[in-house]
Design a protein around this ligand. Structure first.
Ligand SMILES: *Cc1c(COP(=O)(O)O)cnc(C)c1O
Length: 239
């Protein structure tokens, strides 16, 4: 087994253990492999180890990688999720190349994604990014604004609002992480209960990374985004 397939195996085990402790079915928690800064060959290795869903932050880098990966002729189609900030001038690339966008935090971005989604593709799946702990230098709508943005975005024809995404500030220890993640789950449940028109597919809570995966699963995440735990430490400094 390669390092990547070993790591994937271990991360899947961590998710399964966290599910078991939380009394949740393991099928309720998906794994997004965050391949930012890693080469197409790393994506291939993960795909060969059974991974289908990949997350990328830097849109230009991602699109180049997708083209390269397509050239490998892998037997199964991969699913690409944009988890990085989306500026207005990048919405077209996202709409044309990704399956999901997790970082919608303004109606203008949602509108552009909907307008620019090619007719030949299924609608783009989106999550509303919420700044759940008020982190100063992070994107995301304030929690009390999430429902309104979701309602407006859900009315757009070419996107489907699937849930919420958050990136809590790093917190020390399981309990501190759990407390923040629980606030996100509570908001998610409140919004699901509001029966907002167009939000019948609202089933995704994207939260948890390598260092807070267990707490995120305990709190009710349905999709964890794991990078370094699968691909190793990133060499390239964050851009
Ligand atoms: C980089 C990144 C991840 C993965 O982080 P790791 O700590 O490497 O698991 C997850 N989500 C977002 C939004 C990221 O930018």
């Amino acid at each position: 087994m390669t390092t990547i397939s070993n790591n994937l195996h271990r991360v899947r085990e961590q998710i399964a253990n966290a599910c078991e402790r939380a009394g949740r079915p393991v099928a309720d928690v998906g794994l997004l492999a965050v391949s930012k800064t890693f080469a197409a060959a790393a994506v291939r290795e993960a795909a060969e180890a059974g991974q289908r869903r990949f997350g990328e932050n830097y849109i230009q880098e991602a699109v180049e990688k997708m083209t390269e990966v397509a050239g490998f002729g892998l037997p199964e189609r991969l699913e690409w999720h944009c988890i990085g900030p989306i500026q207005s001038n990048k919405t077209r690339l996202v709409a044309e190349h990704f399956d999901w966008a997790h970082t919608v935090d303004r109606l203008k971005i949602a509108q552009r994604l909907s307008e620019q989604r090619p007719e030949s593709l299924p609608p783009l799946m989106v999550c509303i990014q919420v700044n759940i702990d008020g982190g100063a230098n992070k994107s995301g709508v304030a929690p009390q604004e999430a429902a309104e943005l979701a309602r407006a975005a859900a009315a757009l024809p070419r996107i489907v609002v699937r849930g919420l995404m958050c990136i809590p500030e790093p917190a020390d220890g399981f309990d501190a992480q759990l407390a923040v993640h629980r606030r996100a789950r509570q908001l998610f449940d409140e919004m699901a209960a509001q029966r907002i028109p167009g939000l019948d597919g609202f089933d995704t809570l994207s939260m948890g990374m390598t260092d807070d995966l267990a707490a995120a699963v305990a709190a009710g995440s349905t999709l964890v985004r794991v990078g370094s735990g699968i691909f190793g430490r990133r060499q390239t400094a964050a851009r």
